[in-house]
Design a protein around this ligand. Sequence first.
Ligand code: ZN
Length: 394
Amino acid sequence: MRKNNAVLFIVLMLAQLYCFAQVKIPGQVYTSPDGYVTYVAGNLPLIMSVPHGGSLEPASIPDRACADCVTVKDAFTSELANEFLTEVFNQTGCYPHVIFNQLHRKKMDANRGIAEAADGNAEAEQAWLTYHQFLEEAGDTIVYHYGKGLLIDLHGHAHTIQRLELGYLLTAGELRLPDDSLNLPRLINESSIKNLALTHTGEKTHAELLRGEAALGSLLGTNNYPAVPSMADRAPQSGQSYFSGGYITDRHGSKNGGTIDAIQMECNQDVRFTSVERKKFARALYDQLFAFVSEHYLDPACLVSDIAEPLRHTPVTLLPNPANTRLTLNHVAKGSLLYVYDATGKKINEAVSITFESDKVEIDISVLSPGLYHLLCRTENEIKPIALKFMVLR
Ligand SMILES: [Zn+2]
């Protein structure tokens, strides 16, 4: 019996290793076997984490009963992250990495240490482990391709002041200090954007990155989404409610090392409670986050996607575009694998007919509905797949 258990353990471990080690295709949705955690793999140096937007309440996991446990869901944050994902794809044809906790916060809180998060339940502990493994995998992928990146930990607050609260692991009191104090090593060492502050090529100071002209809060503010800290609202005033960041920002940001910075973004109710407002805010978030990332992390050319570089050297063309019934993909290496996705990231290879001919590929798309599609071409010689977009018009 003991031997069987050992074999089973090894098989499970290998299955899990396989599951986490496989190369993930950008835009594909990977769900843990229990259905509690979802990871949309990305190809941009940007991660969005959604720890409190889940609604699953399986009876097999008792409600968390710890004395000070917060069990309130951050309403509509999953919906907002989905809007953001769609907006980024529509604008760039690329994907941020997005990790969703599908469990209700009553069952598991991914933004706490494991003891408080899972309250001792093994199923909830497994979901918690998976959530953080996906976050680590997203970070590792970004570091491999880009060297550094940004994690946004998305939340919703119910405070009366309708503003975004950006958390950098600095308390309201610390943010009320003058800029000179924020630029001291003591406070940079506490910051969730420590790596950015220490390595900034444009010589922006920590304080400028937090609330200068080019800070994320200031960019969102100019887009009519007031935020604290920002140029217009430098710090939460004494007595005002403010979330400064939590477990995820602390563990996965650069405070304790590494090159992934993190910002906890607490969204006020006005930006997330209706679908119209979520769409509007997702657009502003795309505009300003990309402005922030292009200024402080990478030049916009890299941002097109991690496949931009091979694309420049490989004269693969997809014609005509927009297309009606047929597409031709030219100069494709022999043995390439093709994947066609719809705008939601769902693979639809079975809906199209693909014919390989010497160095080109004919694709019959006559059954596809009008809209935007995404094609990935994986060749034997390139580590990164080539990504192309095409539009069906009729
Ligand atoms: Zn939250």
